[in-house]
Design a protein around this ligand. Sequence first.
Ligand code: NAD
Length: 364
Amino acid sequence: MKILVTGGAGFIGSAVIRYILSDTKHSVVNLDKLTYAGNLESIPVSLHDERYVFEQVDICDVAELDRTLLTHEPDIIMHLAAESHVDRSIDGPGEFIQTNLVGTYTLLEAARKYWNCLDRNKKEAFRFHHISTDEVYGDLPHPDDVTDGQYLPLFTERTSYAPSSPYSASKAGSDHLVRAWLRTYGFPTIVTNCSNNYGPYHFPEKLIPHIILNALAGKPLPVYGDGSQIRDWLYVEDHARALIKVAIEGQIGETYNIGGHNEKRNIEVVETVCSLLEELVPEKPKGVSAYTDLITFVKDRPGHDVRYAIDATKIANELEWTPEETFESGMKKTVRWYLNNQEWWQRVLSGDYQMERVGDGVEK
Ligand code: NAD
């Protein structure tokens, strides 16, 4: 099988590609524009073989999408390319509308044109898997705001959409486009909505790597508001495994929620990083007696959702997927990874990763 992954140089896309290359026999086409969030160094050269091809393409570019699809003739498209950082969407929503909405529309149309030209067998087997977030559902009641014993709901596949940020609104819109292409044109789509991911190769602007790297440098550890917001955390390699299962075995037209059953307050996440660093790096930066002393509460993000939590029963029952990592084991692996892979994140912090040489030696 040949799988085309959009956004394959990003955090989750690269985990999907590493999983395909190391644990399956499938081939993969990595289609990525290489924005600031795209880093080809997240796919180690040791994994590159004849099953792996990279195409530097923008999902808003119709002609380049047509060329890539006709050149590689994928059996499955997994669509992960997106602008993904909530804070950036608040500061400048335009890119999010362009990539997440216009880009998804452009890709859907190119993929539908390609699918229409396939021979009968290939056409029947083809599927377009759209990867999305639980943030499209808005937020849920927080345990601090409900009385004892009151039921705390979870997001299910039937929860209504109520996005709060420009990022989640753009992802919600893209989910609707994908479902409309199924209903209107019979184009074979599947959607997954997942909770917050963490793990290796996470861009340092995101909470967990930001906290690890700031703590190692003896810098403040910023926590929004009082840190009570709850997120459900999933180790990225568990997500990658779930995505391949859905892409290959999922039912056309279905939505699957993916989550880690790990509801944690942001402050607990930060404290977990601090206690792992106390254990693994007891020699602290000059002037720091405990990593937790670096925790600094900062003004809350506007429109900040108070709680996300996923009910992942459907994917467990129908596709027999459950996460392998607990929050504790996944966090330990993550902190260790950042300690053992300083070159990767130092090249991100310095900007050198954007000078990575591509294919035949052309610098991007
Ligand atoms: P990321 O920001 O790390 O990576 C996005 C990738 O898309 C980058 O490689 C970037 O270069 C590429 N890209 C951006 N614009 C593009 C364009 N116009 N054309 C082609 N490529 C482009 O994101 P991520 O965290 O890996 O998330 C991947 C997907 O999963 C997104 O759709 C996101 O909404 C979804 N998701 C993320 C999380 C999470 O916790 N990170 C959780 C649930 C769902």
